[in-house]
Write a protein that binds this ligand. Sequence first.
Ligand SMILES: [Zn+2]
Length: 145
Amino acid sequence: MPEGVRRSVEDADVLFADPVFVGLHDYDEVPGYPDVTYRRCAHVVYPYHQHRIPKSMRCTTVVLPTPKPLRSVLHEYGHVLDEQLGFELVLAPVSKYAMTNREEAFAEAFAAWVMRERWVIDDEPASLRLCPLALDTFERLADDS
Ligand SMILES: [Zn+2]
């Protein structure tokens, strides 16, 4: 991950455990996905979801209960970056999952942008060209190193 972008997300905590078991949050059902549980899927938990722990201890947390591919981890850091930028940018979807909502579109664009720097992925560079705002945003952050 480029230095300027890394600095934007490095204050997030990372949890490699069941977030419900350790008390980070108390919800486990993923709306719209009856076969998925937050106990086992990668996700980001923002401070306002951490009502089981004291406010002074709350911190945006990347939750990775099971090993995930790099792209999935980057997707979660995309959510962290989205929070840092105020959840305001509306980016064009770069994947089918990105069409879920504005937040997933942002996270998917971020993951695709970082991965493209290291490997060539068949369809994502072409998709990213459809969203100059994503490229401008991420490259401006990367240049801030
Ligand atoms: Zn996501």
